[in-house]
Design a protein around this ligand. Sequence first.
Ligand code: NAD
Ligand code: MG
Length: 399
Amino acid sequence: MKNLAILGATGSIGASTLSVCQNNPELYRVKLLVASKSVDKMLALCKTFNPDYVAMSCPKATDELAFKLSKTDCRSTLVKNEAELLQLIASVEIDCVMAAIVGGAGLKSTLAAVKAGKEIFLANKESLVMSGQLFIDAVQKSGAKLWPVDSEHNAIYQALSPNLQNSIGHCQLEAEGVSKILLTGSGGPFLNKALSEFPSITPAQAVKHPNWSMGQKISIDSATMMNKGLEYIEARWLFNASREQLQVIIHPQSVIHSMVQYIDGSVIAQMGNPDMRTPIAHVMGGEKRITSGVENLDFFSSPEFSFIAPDFNRYPCLKLAIDACYEGQQATTTLNAANEVAVEAFLNGEIQFTQISQLVDRVLQTSKRQSNSSIEELLLIDSDAKNRALSLIRREILC
Ligand code: NAD
Ligand code: MG
């Protein structure tokens, strides 16, 4: 039985992970649950899963949870602060870590697990986008086992040879006969919407993904296709892929979760219903297939499959992300930070849907060259980009 920490336990990936745990009670002991502010959700999880440790990043939520836990017979120990949390994640008490905090907020805890050589189930793509080479170097140095949870990257992983699966971060794709990684995406809710209507898109419309049920931030990222851009950067790092080896294809049905094309013309696709419990069960099962609770794909009632090339006029965020990928680390850290602020501002009704890409573009264009060879420097780039994005919103200087 392995001891599992779930970072982002009250979120969508957290819920799917806990559901896979319940389906396979002999495999994992839920040792540590981490979240931000949702006290009542966390309290309910503590009552059901009885973790040894629980942590909330928000101090007020920590106090409130402590009070509410004291009224129950739950014996979970509350972790007091970030330093204590990072120490616990790195300790012998934890074997595996589901990294599922949303955004750059997940970087420090995910890296703590990486540096301690844990088995990492990586859902938090933003941490890899923010730190790229440093993250991959840390994985290699510690010998951590990195499993891609993002459905596309998990699909790609499943379609690779064992040699490549065992060299995540350092894959020699060409040597193993891979000609292309084909990253699929649904195109989100606005694939067929008239471009003239884009400025009036509301948050409620944008969070409504046609196929997947996910947290708010990734749902907005899917509507702008920034999500596919972040995934493009994620794939570049996980599979050591060059520009020629990476291609984005819109597949509106979300049944094929991505594909790998080989030099002999073979294309291997991974398919399934759009439900994150499948990739989560794949990584949590390790070498063995385990039940996920997801229904089998019904080919006879599945709609036809279609494939479309992405249109950068419709999805300017995708272009910004691909360009940033080849500009370098400072650009991808900046892109991610500006996007986080833009998505939040859009959800709060402060900017229009079309201003998300404008804001990210503006922050990227006004970045000054900064050194980015340590995590501390990357965190400075992140906070600098966020501050500039916020100030642009406040001064309403968007084109
Ligand atoms: P979500 O918004 O549903 O949940 C986010 C979780 O992170 C919550 O538990 C929240 O409390 C926690 N959190 C936020 N800030 C925190 C902080 N500072 N410290 C500690 N905890 C904090 O998000 P989600 O949809 O579950 O996505 C989580 C991550 O997984 C994201 O990086 C996303 O891109 C990735 N991902 C999600 C899906 C999906 O289907 N939801 C698919 C692929 C990848
Ligand atoms: Mg994905």
